[in-house]
Every structure is written in structure tokens, then in C-alpha cells.
Design a protein around this ligand. Structure first.
Ligand SMILES: Nc1ncnc2c1ncn2[C@@H]1O[C@H](COP(=O)(O)OP(=O)(O)OP(=O)(O)O)[C@@H](O)[C@H]1O
Ligand SMILES: [Mg+2]
Length: 229
């Protein structure tokens, strides 16, 4: 069974009287343990699709099952509980809290759980060690490089041990070397820690780190004759 199963998915945004259909009947299966790159022109609907898979938004019609659960049918409250147990998010601009240390940023998702303070600290340290930042736990975001900030964001994304990692242009703001380090880290989370990853990217080299690449064009998935991977 696929980890993510999408059937006839549409998304329409309403802006005043105007309706814009952004996804037109997407069908997609993503296997557990896969690392998928999602590419396509600006405005083709990549972020929209990613946010639907990660339960950050709800579809206009169609079905999304993750691990056998119909997330398209969940209420807002059910969805936020589901997200906190099942999905980690990595964004282009890290979205760290500037006033908090790396350690406290990584602990944030655990505040929603029943873990004790000591367990939260311990799990955050484990996640920061995994991303190679054991020696930077007390630094604040502005005391870290861009690549290090993205590592903190990845530690925050994996600290609850989610099955699925959703990454929207995770290397879009990084220099080549930091980008390669982050992509290597994602690949290791996929291969060595069993995380299923869906990553939006504009960079064919970044997509090369994934197991395969999907192409979105004007709201539909399209076949690509030659896959770079
Ligand atoms: N909240 C919204 N209301 C109305 N239209 C929206 C909204 N969010 C996105 N759109 C429209 O949906 C389309 C797809 O947007 P989306 O952000 O998914 O594109 P994208 O493929 O991620 O692009 P990029 O590569 O530039 O990030 C765009 O035409 C955009 O203008
Ligand atoms: Mg986008």
C-alpha cells in the first residue's frame, strides 16, 4: 500500500468573485520510504500540492490518504493533531523563532506532546546531533549560517519522528556547498532513517538526490521522457 495516495485531487482558490482552479484532478501514489522531487514552472501548483499532502491545507475535491487515513475528511482540529504526529516541514526560509536558541526551536513541536521537559530537551539534542549541530545548541538563528539554520529547521522537522518529511525548496536560499550538505542530510534521513520525503525544487541537481522526479505543469502531473535520476 502506498504511504500517500491521491485521487482526482483538485484545488480551487476563491479570490473575491473569481475562482482559480490550481490543481486539476491529480492522481499520485508515493511509496513508503520514497524520496520524491517535485519540479515544475513557477505557479504550476507545487507548493499547493505539497501543502495538501502535508495537511497544511484542504482540497476542494478528491481524496488524500496518508498511511490509510483520509486526511481530506479531517476537521481542522483533527488535522492539526494528525500533522503533529505524522509530518515534518522544511521551508526555504527556515522559519525559525529568532529569539530562541537552536535547542528551544527544535523543542517547539514537542510542546504539543505529553513529553516531560527533560525528555523534550533530550529528544531535541538527539535531533540536533543527527543534523551535525551538537556544538551549536545554544546559538540563536542570527548566530548561525544559512546552512546551519536549515539544519536546525530539519532537526525541528524530525524531532517528533514523523514518517513524512515535506520540503518546499529547502536549498533555494543556500550557496552550492551548503545546498549539497543539506541534500546529503535529507538523503541520509531517507536511506538510513526511513523517512519518506517529498521535496519541491527548481534545481535539477537537487532533484538528482531524490529517487525520482515528478513534473507538474499548470496544475497537472506530466510525463517526462527522460528522468534525470
Ligand atoms: N491563497 C491563494 N489564493 C489565490 N490564488 C493562489 C493562492 N495561493 C496560490 N495561488 C495561485 O495558485 C497557483 C499555484 O501556486 P503555487 O504556490 O502552488 O505555485 P508554485 O508551483 O509553488 O510556484 P513557485 O515555484 O513560484 O513557488 C498560482 O497561480 C498562484 O497565484
Ligand atoms: Mg512554491
Amino acid at each position: 500500500m502506498a504511504l500517500v495516495s491521491i485521487r482526482n485531487l483538485t484545488k480551487t482558490y476563491q479570490r473575491g468573485p473569481e475562482k482559480v482552479e490550481v490543481l486539476h484532478g491529480v492522481n499520485l501514489d508515493i511509496a513508503a520510504g520514497d524520496f520524491v522531487a517535485l519540479m515544475g514552472p513557477s505557479g504550476s501548483g507545487k507548493t499547493t500540492l505539497l501543502n495538501l499532502i502535508g495537511g497544511l491545507d484542504t482540497p476542494t475535491s478528491g481524496e488524500i490518504s496518508v498511511n490509510g487515513e483520509r486526511i481530506d475528511r479531517m476537521t481542522g482540529g483533527q488535522l492539526s493533531t494528525w500533522r503533529s504526529h505524522n509530518v515534518g516541514y522544511v521551508f526555504q526560509f527556515y522559519n525559525l523563532m529568532p529569539a530562541l536558541t537552536a535547542q528551544k526551536n527544535v523543542e517547539l513541536p514537542l510542546l504539543l506532546t505529553k513529553l516531560s521537559g527533560a525528555q523534550r530537551r533530550r529528544n531535541a539534542q538527539i535531533a540536533l546531533t543527527l543534523v551535525g549541530l551538537a556544538d551549536r545548541t545554544s546559538h540563536k538563528p542570527n548566530e548561525l549560517s544559512g546552512g546551519q539554520q536549515q539544519r536546525v529547521a530539519i532537526a525541528r522537522a524530525i524531532v517528533s519522528d514523523p514518517t513524512l518529511l515535506i520540503c518546499d525548496e529547502p536549498t533555494g536560499d543556500l550557496d552550492r556547498q551548503s545546498a549539497e550538505d543539506i541534500l546529503g542530510l535529507l538523503q541520509s534521513l531517507n536511506r538510513d532513517h526511513g523517512k519518506t520525503i517529498v521535496m519541491v525544487t527548481h534545481d535539477p541537481k537537487a532533484a538528482g538526490y531524490a529517487s525520482h522526479t515528478l513534473h507538474l505543469d499548470k496544475g497537472s502531473l506530466v510525463e517526462q521522457q527522460a528522468d534525470a535520476a
